[in-house]
Design a protein around this ligand. Structure first.
Ligand SMILES: [Zn+2]
Length: 1029
């Protein structure tokens, strides 16, 4: 159904021209009575088959924080930075929609809409609901924000979307059906299938893809595709995807905010510069140009851009006229539309669409401008978001076990803060400094409240044998969010005779965990007892001067005071914690011999032997004592051995002031040379050995300190890095990387995760969709990493897992590189207008930001790596949660529950399943999400259909009803499937059979999960059983 492009000089056009000519000539010559009066514009036009249909989609792109904070944007504060006020947008759009029932508008960011909605009168709300019901105002995307796609974890994406969708459902009874990710800087596979198809979306739209990719797609008319984001779920989770031919703004000459320069239609014959015909010609020309790169005769114009419609009439007035006159002209058809109407129109054409697999990373908007810097920008904030994400998951579980309270603290503020933090200028690190501080403050306020929920839940669970909902617990549990920098007041306090420190360890995962935990203490000579009163092995590790100075600096910076106590040691001990439950441990001063083992400390300086081997269990790491370098990796169980090195280097950031103006900055990674970071002076190793773990401490430079840990019971190495302040006295910004280097032959190939979920194959200097012209061999090979990255050869695989979003690559065969920190001195000209030069100030003294983080390394026989990546990856996301109190005198175990598990004692979740949501909703129903952690064919044992027994997951409750929902729980899954549009895919696709779990039998209550499947269930429990005697 090709359109009427060939018949543009139709009769209609000729007649139209003649009429205009007569009017103008007549007016000038005084032949016709000059009349200017009210013109009733006909804006009611729908779709006209056979013509180019120009769908005018009025929209405003409202960033949930960027140059200003979310609240500043909302109220229009701080307008010297940017004149933007979302209240103005919503107020004026609603009035404009009420003025003409044919006008339409879409709204996207619920963080803003919710702020506006709660301040509206009941009368106004009724009118707005009518606008929504009639389709004039449509919510699309509908999450709390338009999230980033490179740096968030998929659990955060699900949570933030759920908050927005629940709001829309509760207030308007609507379910968004279009994904609208117009601004994020590259697009993830998880977005397409999980945050698209699994939400029930019929389409997904965005603007930013690689400039080379876009050029080819325009040429081949493949800007619109059917995207299968998941290898495992394939066609069962595909989505129609539209990429805009240019940005998310209108064609040139059609922008109408009050200060915009596009010529308005001047159709008053009494005024000068009458221009209707000229403007209609402009419109038709722009429409034809776009139709020339688009399949079918439907094209979409994005009528708006950032923070537009602050005076909505200035847009709607022009669009009314364009629709009226363009349709009088008749060459093309113009209509008020929305992306949903556009999607339906595309679907109705019954066209076949090209298939897209994989993702749209990395993104470059032109040569030498790869947006791969933001994968790492603001690493401390990225780490904080991830830490809060895991905490939020655990806190909701504990809130559920206790019973959600109607009054008192809850997890809602943390939920809100986390949702806002997923915005594409938040966790991405591309916001101004004061805005980053605002996001962090919101998280910290949310954390403080969630911490109270956790403390009271643990107290109630520890004090009574039945969940009675009483909240007058006497137990006061403390937690230590600064434990990573060895600051924890309750564990540092001296333990007087007869008192012991009670450590409750909560495990948010559905399987039993055994690992070593550590707490800072002020004395040695301690013993640790388990829940049953048995003494367990423990290890004392002296705190190094570097650790003490990190502790001092961070406590001073974040709490505004010096740490009170003097601590000397870490006390480490092994804990064993049941699924979704806790164990209790007791630390006291040893009254007898047999206390914790003090680690033996060696330094390599002055040693004679040239080799240092660490590791008490299966994993051994071998170091060269002379230069302090890691040389070998040996696993005595799996018999894997490999030469292995680990090093640091930096890229100097391009300053953008030379012949080429593109600097390295918050968004863009533009290296100008790479330099190894060599240890200054004699490289020394400090090795601590003990029964539970060995540690290798290395001060590599005055600003890089790292500790490598090998745990007796684990087969991976943990590397904790402290980096900063990055020196910039030489006037050069620097981007700090680490390399893990082996001799593996990896054939340019590596694998990185998509938002912590599916792994995607990457090939250096290659793109599946087009012939890549390589002009940035480093930046153009960087990919976002949220879970990990791995490489394989014919017998082994090397995996590196991370604790937050970072950028990474494999730039050399056998090597993995991670970018850990960046400090840059120039803005990269993408709008933020600030250099990414993070500093921390204590009183008047400001220094470059110091970050601490971890990554984890393991080498497995080929085919065995997925087990560790998936299981341990989940453990990184959901660390054990520690809470502390003191025991006074009498025996704790007589009066308290010392071990608890939310699941049946005989049960634990299968190793390939995680509970990613367990939450009691306000209406008392319980939201449960179960996720299969493996892809099809990823692992020989775990890439299988697996079941979860709900009766055993909730042994103390009687399940009344289970309803399977869409991913955001805003509609039944069956309802969602029934509505889903089916798209034709062109070409041959040899798809392997996709499997999905069957319906949940209401009697058996067993949930099946196929590889990569996430199932969202609403559970009604039987009230009587829950609260019965
Ligand atoms: Zn934006």
């Amino acid at each position: 159904m090709e359109c009427t492009r060939g018949a543009l000089s139709s009769m209609a056009q000729v007649v139209f021209k003649i009429i205009f000519t007569i009017i103008i000539l007549g007016t000038i010559l005084g032949l016709l009575p000059v009349e200017s009066k009210y013109i009733e514009y006909n804006t009611s036009q729908g779709i006209v088959p056979g013509k180019i249909n120009v769908h005018l989609v009025p929209h405003s792109h409202d960033d949930v924080g960027w140059l200003k904070t979310v609240d500043q944007y909302y109220v229009g504060a701080n307008n010297s930075i940017r004149g933007a006020c979302v209240q103005n947008v919503l107020d004026s759009v609603i009035s404009a929609l009420l003025d003409d029932k044919n006008r339409r508008f879409i709204y996207v960011e619920m963080a803003f809409f919710q702020r506006w909605w709660r301040q509206q009168s009941e009368a106004r709300k009724i009118k707005v609901r009518q606008l929504v019901d009639s389709g004039q105002l449509e919510f699309i995307n509908g999450g709390f924000c338009m999230h980033d796609e490179a740096t968030p974890h998929y659990i955060d994406l699900v949570d933030q979307t759920t908050i927005g969708h629940q709001f829309i459902k509760e207030e308007f009874g609507q379910k968004p059906r279009v994904g609208w990710q117009i601004d994020p800087f590259g697009h993830s596979a998880v977005q397409a299938y999980l945050l698209g198809a699994e939400l029930g979306f019929d389409s997904l739209f965005f603007a930013r893809i690689d400039y080379q990719d876009r050029a080819k797609r325009k040429n081949e008319k493949t800007l619109e595709v059917v995207w299968q984001g998941s290898k495992s779920l394939g066609s069962s989770s595909q989505i129609f995807t539209g990429i805009f031919p240019r940005h998310y703004d209108p064609p040139d000459g059609f922008t109408f905010e009050i200060n915009d320069v596009s010529p308005p239609i001047q159709d008053d014959v009494l005024l000068f510069d009458y221009n209707v015909e000229e403007r209609i010609n402009d419109f038709v020309a722009a429409a034809v140009a776009q139709a020339n790169v688009t399949r079918t005769n439907h094209i979409m114009w994005l009528m708006g851009t950032d923070f537009r419609y602050q005076y909505a009439n200035s847009w709607f007035r022009q669009m009314d006229k364009f629709i009226h006159y363009v349709n009088l002209d008749g060459r093309v058809n113009a209509l008020y539309s929305t992306p949903s109407i556009y999607t339906n129109s595309k679907h109705a054409m019954n066209e076949s669409w090209p298939l897209k697999t994989g993702d749209f990373f990395p993104y470059a908007d032109r040569e030498n401008a790869y947006w791969t810097g933001y994968f790492t920008s603001r690493p401390a904030f990225k780490g904080y978001v991830r830490m809060m994400s895991g905490y939020y998951l655990a806190a909701r579980q504990l809130e559920f076990f206790k019973g959600r309270s109607r009054s008192g603290p809850n997890t809602d503020a943390l939920a809100d803060a986390l949702a806002i933090a997923q915005h594409h200028d938040a966790v991405s690190g591309t916001e101004r400094q004061h805005v980053a501080a605002d996001y962090a403050m919101r998280l910290s306020i949310g954390y403080a409240e969630a911490e109270k929920v956790v403390a009271s839940s643990l107290a109630i669970l520890a004090e009574s044998r039945s969940s009675t909902g009483h909240e007058d617990s006497v137990l006061k549990f403390q937690q230590c969010p600064l434990l990573n920098v060895s600051y924890c007041p309750p564990t540092e306090a001296a333990l007087p005779d007869g008192k012991s420190l009670v450590v409750v360890v909560y495990n948010p995962l559905g399987w039993k965990r055994e690992e070593a935990i550590r707490i800072p203490v002020s004395t040695g000579g301690l013993i640790v007892l388990d829940s049953a009163g048995r003494e367990i092995e423990s290890q004392i590790l002296p705190l190094t001067n570097s650790s003490l100075s990190i502790r001092y600096g961070h406590v001073k910076a974040y709490l505004g005071r010096s740490p009170a106590g003097t601590i000397k040691y870490w006390l480490a001990f092994s804990v064993s914690v049941p699924p979704l439950g806790f164990s209790t441990y007791f630390v006291s001063s040893a009254k007898r011999t047999g206390s914790s083992t003090i680690s033996k400390v060696y330094t390599s300086e002055g040693r004679i032997d040239s080799v240092v081997e660490v590791g008490q269990g299966n994993l051994k790491l071998v170091y060269n004592a002379n230069n302090g370098k890691l040389t070998r990796y040996i696993n005595t169980r799996s018999l894997v051995t490999a030469s292995a090195e680990q090093s640091y280097s930096y890229y100097s950031g391009y300053n953008g002031t030379d012949k080429d103006s593109q600097a390295s900055g918050a968004y863009i990674f533009r290296p100008n040379g790479t330099f190894p970071i060599k240890p200054e002076g004699q490289a020394s190793l400090t090795v601590m050995r003990g029964p539970l773990m060995d540690e290798v401490h290395q001060q590599l430079t005055p600003w890089i300190y790292q500790v490598t840990r090998v745990f007796k019971g684990k087969e991976h190495a943990e590397i904790e890095f402290n980096i900063g302040p990055i020196p910039v006295d030489d006037g050069v910004g620097k981007e700090i990387t680490t390399q893990i280097t082996t001799a593996m032959m990896t054939n340019k190939t590596f694998y990185t995760d998509s938002n912590g979920r599916d792994f995607i194959k990457r090939v250096r200097d290659y793109r599946e969709d087009w012939d890549l012209q390589v002009n940035q061999p480093v930046a153009g090979n960087y990919y976002p990493i949220n879970l990990g990255i791995y490489i394989t050869d014919e017998s082994r695989e090397l995996s590196v897992l991370v604790d937050r979003a970072v950028g990474g690559s494999s730039l050399v065969d056998g090597q993995i590189e991670l970018m850990l920190h960046r400090r840059l001195l120039h803005d990269d000209s993408r709008g933020v207008g600030e250099a990414l030069n993070e500093e921390v100030c204590v009183l008047d003294e400001c220094k470059g930001l110091v970050i601490q983080g971890k990554f984890y390394i393991r080498i497995d026989p080929l085919g065995d790596g997925a087990k560790w990546r998936r299981t341990f990856g989940q453990e990184i996301y959901s660390p054990l949660l520690l809470a502390f109190t003191e025991q006074d005198g009498n025996n704790w175990t007589n009066s308290h529950i010392s071990t608890f598990s939310g699941v049946d004692p005989s049960y634990s979740l299968p190793n390939n399943i995680a509970v990613i949501t367990l939450q009691e909703l306000e209406n008392g129903r319980v939201l449960l999400r179960l996720a299969h952690l493996y892809e099809t064919a990823e692992d020989k044992d775990y890439s299988e259909m697996t079941s979860v027994d709900l009766k055993k997951l909730f042994p103390t409750k009687k399940i009344h009803k289970v309803t399977e929902m869409s991913l955001s729980a805003n509609q039944g899954r069956a309802e969602m499937e029934a509505k889903r549009l089916v798209w034709k895919v062109g070409g041959t696709s040899e798809e392997t059979k996709v499997s999905r779990g069957g319906p949940v039998d209401p009697v058996k209550l067993v949930v099946e999960l196929a590889p990569m499947e996430i199932r969202t269930l609403l559970i009604d429990f039987d009230y009587l059983k829950m609260f019965g005697s």
